[in-house]
Design a protein. Structure first.
Length: 231
């Protein structure tokens, strides 16, 4: 019987799966992708198992925690986001690079309810996920600094200010999903105009600190069942 390998949560090779086990895993991932996209991070794992045609115990054998399943589902999207960030960080027109990165981030938010929740809340990460997160963070900072050096991004914008785009888009995407699914795009460009050096005015409040951003993310977790439920 042919065998397949499924990566573990930290990205290291796992024991090979038998064909029937691989078939079950693939069915779980497919069912979870649909359920999480439509229902968000709090999608029922029992429902995912039923849709996949497996017992809940089978689901947990492949994915011991909700986080294991979440990271498997969104590995490809994080890879896509990082690829765009790498490109944006090397663009000659730094403002265009800044816009391209945020366009991709918000586009990924808009097309998947669970990813929208994932990027706007704080979840514990396995090693591979943590590395992707840190790389994306550093690239975002580089993209911002490039635009500030060229004089197109206002100098008083900090990396914490990017959180305002993510948080506001999360609510707008959810509120307009069935009414005007592209409304997020208008809002993003209104925000981008506010980030431009041209026409900038002094801001009445200082930027958030890293600690304040972390505290806000914890508050968002408390309001999102999917972020609280890890198993």
């Amino acid at each position: 019987m042919s065998q397949h390998h499924a990566p573990t949560a930290n990205g290291t090779p796992a024991k090979p799966l038998r064909r029937d086990a691989q078939r079950n895993r693939d069915a779980i991932v497919a069912a979870a992708r649909t359920a999480f996209s439509e229902q968000g991070l709090g999608a029922s794992l029992e429902g995912v198992a039923r849709q996949a045609g497996v017992a809940i115990g089978t689901l947990y054998r492949h994915f011991p925690t909700r986080l294991d399943l979440v990271e498997t589902l969104f590995d490809a999207k994080y890879t896509e986001l990082l690829a765009t960030a790498e490109e944006a960080a090397t663009m000659d027109d730094a403002w265009e690079g800044f816009c391209r990165y945020l366009e991709k981030l918000c586009e990924l938010q808009a097309c998947d309810r669970a990813f929208n929740g994932l990027v706007s809340a704080r979840l514990p990460l396995h090693v591979a996920g943590r590395e992707r997160y840190e790389r994306a963070k550093q690239l975002c900072i580089q993209i911002m600094h490039n635009a500030q050096k060229q004089g197109t991004l206002r100098n008083d914008v900090t990396e914490q200010d990017i959180a305002f785009i993510i948080w506001s888009q999360a609510g707008i995407i959810q509120a307009t999903r069935t009414v005007a699914p592209r409304a997020w795009h208008r809002h993003l460009h209104l925000m981008l105009d506010a980030f431009r050096t041209q026409g900038a005015h002094p801001l009445p409040e200082p930027p958030l600190t890293s600690d304040q951003v972390d505290q806000t993310l914890i508050t968002l977790e408390c309001n999102d069942q999917g972020c609280r439920e890890q198993t």
